[in-house]
Design a protein around this ligand. Structure first.
Ligand code: ACO
Length: 323
């Protein structure tokens, strides 16, 4: 391989959703909400919820095993593992290290990335930089979340929005892209509109351990930056929306996805939507939607795909690639 012309290419993907499915109707039995309200405001019909004791690293492990099998890569070949999560198993060690042990992947680095719902595009961009810089050859990038653990199940304005799951991709160095362009952004001054403002200190939770959100502010912010960052990566790759086969935005809300596609001038059928069945799985949402669309034959080799995420921080970013 020519080391002066390194790129990274996605060569396999996988996913894991917990077995238990909770419908809107089931939520409405205990919460002052309705299936109609949730569907019309968000497009969500159901979510998967992790079993007691099932952790982000458990979901990440199952998704990673599928991704490695699809790529035809053994765990020993991995020289980089990055897990994007805001719901790690522990404060430390990182979920990536726990995953590394479960996989028996002993030949490389492992660390977590914390950028909430943009976590997967942050992790993918980081892995791409490692590979292009010659620091890694074969990377596993995972988004894994158990958001059900940080929700106040008595708060109807947030509890209905999220679910649990994990998605993974294997990246490999190649002389042709692969990943064509990436962009990442952050604005910490917007921290207050979406947060879990708590910490563990002296054996106690200080602040709140539950997700808090200003839904309308998040909606407006998300639609604006998803439009901007999509245009930014297309311009970086010297291309345009006409030459894009698939858009996979973070799966938070079908209205945000539709508004983003409309602003970009992309026919809505070219945006992959899985939020109806998965709800918002934060860092896992993009790789979950991607793996589903690869396995059901919508996304094919050679097609051009744009991932874009936005989430707490605030953070946002995009990755444009040929599959
Ligand atoms: N069921 C029934 N009523 C509800 C529910 C519910 N689950 N939740 C809130 N309501 C009520 C509110 O109490 C309010 O009642 P009121 O008028 O009597 O005070 C009414 O519905 C309207 O509330 P709003 O918050 O104004 O509703 P809105 O139309 O803005 O929809 C929503 C809320 C769906 C959260 C919307 O703002 C949104 O989609 N925001 C984007 C947020 C998002 O997707 N966050 C995900 C995490 S962020 C990310 O991933 C980027």
């Amino acid at each position: 391989m020519n080391s002066t012309n390194l790129h990274s290419r996605i060569i396999g993907s996988g996913r894991c959703l917990p077995e238990r499915i909770v419908s809107n109707g089931e939520l409405a039995a205990n919460l002052d909400t309705t299936d109609e309200w949730i569907r019309s405001r968000t497009g969500i019909g159901q979510r998967h919820i992790a079993a007691e004791g099932q952790t982000s690293s458990d979901l990440a492990f199952a998704a990673s095993q599928q991704a490695l099998a699809a790529a035809g890569v053994s765990a020993a070949e991995l020289d980089l593992i990055i897990v994007a999560t805001s719901t790690p198993d522990f404060i430390f060690p990182s979920t990536a290290c726990l995953l590394q042990a479960k996989l028996g992947a002993k030949n490389g680095a492992a660390f977590d990335v914390q950028a909430v719902c943009s976590g997967f595009v942050y992790a993918l961009t980081t892995a791409d930089a490692y590979i292009r810089g010659g620091l890694a050859r074969t990377a596993l990038v995972v988004g894994a979340e158990v958001f059900s653990r940080i929700l106040d199940w008595n708060d109807r304005s947030t509890a209905v929005l999220f679910g649990d799951g994990a998605g993974a991709v294997v990246l490999r160095a190649d002389n042709a892209p692969g990943i064509e362009a990436c962009a990442l952004h952050a604005d910490g001054s917007q921290a207050g509109i979406l947060s879990v403002p708590g910490n563990v200190c002296g054996g106690k939770v200080i602040g709140s351990p539950f997700l808090q959100m200003d839904g309308q502010a998040v909606f407006k912010f998300a639609v604006r930056v998803l439009d901007e960052v999509a245009r930014e990566v297309l311009a970086k790759a010297n291309t345009d929306i006409e030459h894009l086969d698939w858009l996979i935005p973070h799966q938070a809300n079908v209205r945000i996805i539709e508004a983003t596609a409309k602003r970009l001038g992309l026919p809505s059928e070219r945006a992959i939507v899985s939020v109806e069945r998965h709800a918002n799985t934060s860092a896992a949402s993009i790789p979950l939607a991607f793996d589903e669309a690869v396995r059901d034959g919508r996304i094919r080799q050679g097609q051009r795909v744009l991932f874009e995420g936005v989430g707490g921080g605030f953070t946002w970013g995009a990755v444009l690639f040929r599959f």
